[in-house]
Structure formats: C-alpha cells, structure tokens
Design a protein around this ligand. Sequence first.
Ligand SMILES: Cc1ncc(C[n+]2csc(CCOP(=O)(O)OP(=O)(O)O)c2C)c(N)n1
Ligand SMILES: [Mg+2]
Length: 367
Amino acid sequence: MSVLQRDPQDMLRVLDEGGEPVGEVPDLSDDELVTMYREMYLARHFDTRAVSLQRQGRMGTYPPLSGQEGAQIGSAFALDEEDWLFPSYREHGAALHRGLPLKRTLLYWMGHEKGNRIPDDVNMFPVAVPIATQVLHATGAAWAKKLQDEDAAVMCYFGDGATSEGDFHEGLNFAGVFDTPNVFFCNNNQWAISVPRERQTASATIAQKATAYGFEGVQVDGMDPLAVYAATRAAVEKAKNPEEGERRPTLIEAVQYRFGAHTTADDPTVYRDTDEVEEWKKKDPIPRLEKFLRNTGRLDDETVEAIESSVKDEVAEAIEAAESEPRPEPSEMFSDVFAEQTPEIRAQAEAFAEMYERHGDEGFLRE
Ligand SMILES: Cc1ncc(C[n+]2csc(CCOP(=O)(O)OP(=O)(O)O)c2C)c(N)n1
Ligand SMILES: [Mg+2]
C-alpha cells in the first residue's frame, strides 16, 4: 500500500504535463487505457454540448465538468462491479463510466424526474445537490456493507467546499471509528462557486484532514488520470481487504481545476483571473493522457479519429432521445420526494397547483 502510505503533502503523480511518466504506470491493459481516454473524451464532448444546449434554452441549469475528466474517469475506473458510487452534482463523467446512460443525465438537468432514476444494475446513488449530505449517506451505506459482511467499497465524491460542512466531519469521523469501507474522494477544483481554496481551510492540504480521523489521506494530481487511478485502486483494495492494523477508509484529495463556470448560472470572470484559467489549461488531462498513449504506441491518428466520430454520434443520439421525451409537468417535482407523500409535501403541491391554475404557465414563470 505504498501508494497510500505517504505524506499527505507529497502529491502522487504518474504523468507529467507532457504525458511523460514520472511515477509507476498502473497495471492496466492497452484496451483499458484507450477506453479511459475515450471516456474522458466523451465526458468533455458531452459537457461542451450540454453547455451549448443550456445556452440555447434547451436545458435548465447545468454544472460543467470540463478539466475534471481525469479525476472522474480515473477514479471510477478503479471501482469493481460490486462497489457503490455516491456522486455530488458534477460527476457526469464518473457516472457514464459506471453505466448511467447519458440520456438520464440530460433528463435530470432538463428537469425530468426520470433523470433521477438509476438503472437497477448500476450501483450508484442519484445526484446530491445539498453540499456534503452524500458523505453521510455513503458512510451509512459502507457501514451497512460491513455489518452485512458484503465485500464492497463505497466511493463518495464531494468538492473542496464540502469539507467545511459539518456533514464532512461527521461522516469521516464515523468512518474512522467504525472502520467502514469508504473511499472519500474530494474533487478539489480550487473553487466553491466564488470562494477560493485558501478561504475554505487554513490546512496546507485537504488530504491531511484524514490524519485527525485516524486513517490515510493522500493528495493526488487530479489532472493525471493514471495517478488518480493508482491512488483510488489502492484505496478500494484497502477498503475491502485491509492488512493487519490498517484502517479501511481513505481520503483522496484530487487537485484539479474546473475550466468553466460553477454552473451555467454563474460568470466566473467576475471572481477569477483568466491567467489562472490559462495556467491550469496547460495541465489538461485529455492531451496529457493522449500524449502518453501515442508515445507508447497505444494510440494513433486513426484510432483518435474513430473515437471522435463515435463519441459525437453517441452524444447526439442521447440528446435526441432526451429531447424526444414529453416535457415534464411542473407538478411532478412533488411526486417522488418520498415514497408516500407527507402532509407537508401534499400541502406544497396543493398550493402550487392553485397558483398554477391562477397564473398559468407564462404568469407563473414571470413571478
Ligand atoms: C448545504 C448547501 N449549502 C449551500 C449550497 C449552495 N452551493 C451550491 S454549490 C456550492 C459550492 C460547492 O463547492 P464545492 O464543494 O467546492 O464543489 P464544486 O461545485 O466546486 O464541485 C454551494 C455553496 C448547497 N447546494 N447546499
Ligand atoms: Mg470546488
């Protein structure tokens, strides 16, 4: 487990910005490495199209992931079939690797309740918008796995901003004490909307917070998919099969950057310099992995072109499928909050129906 047994400030790296190995390349087959590249490419193209759909009024608010593909795909790649994934709201890339159809992700951000429905064969929870709440769910799920003697790790994604929530402390503290099979994966993308990383915590790293909970914390270059894979794989294996004296949980801090806006509802130029964005773009995970794969003879022009064209078709088909669903009724937002409607939700649904009746679609949207 030497990958995890390191100083939390000693960032794990496998590829440098030019795609040259600077650490041990993980044991993945050529096919797996090319698939990893394809999925990152797919996530980027999906993201570009989703932002454009929102700009055209064909989708509601959307949180872009561009820049974070290496962290998302590299980490999801390290999960086994039986493991579980608890996302925040930005993990469309990790979700696609896991098998969530792109159409579902589009439906979710188009305001369809159907977008919340996870297929039965995908071990994943729905999007969590309230910051850090999924940390508690993931810790509870991992505890259940342990009590039921099931051999599964539980991966939980959250942002740098989430580490300031009480839920983060409660979840990680519980995981340490009850020794649950959790992988806590912090996508430190330097910003929590307009709050920069240095205003989030005075700790030198987020990874070092694990020390206080009694388990390992590792900082990894989040724009290096192979380093992310290596750290996550070691954490997943330890969660399920710890060695004598090892604690199951791990906190991984993946240092990265979101190239775009927090969501399509915000304007990042108001709070950050374009120079900063340009500096981080030099670390882009996609060309980095592409250079490595080309240099080692695993990828050539022909394969890249085939990937580009199949990805475009796949995204176009998903958009067509999502847009061919009938528009949801606004009242549907109340239907799946609980299995059985509570009196509070029923009262809200009734008040909403009355207002809708009175003001109609247009009047309602203006209010
Ligand atoms: C409990 C709660 N408080 C506030 C918000 C509003 N909010 C939405 S995203 C966000 C910032 C989260 O930043 P971070 O955890 O770094 O994740 P990122 O968006 O960068 O992926 C906030 C404060 C919320 N959704 N939930
Ligand atoms: Mg953030």
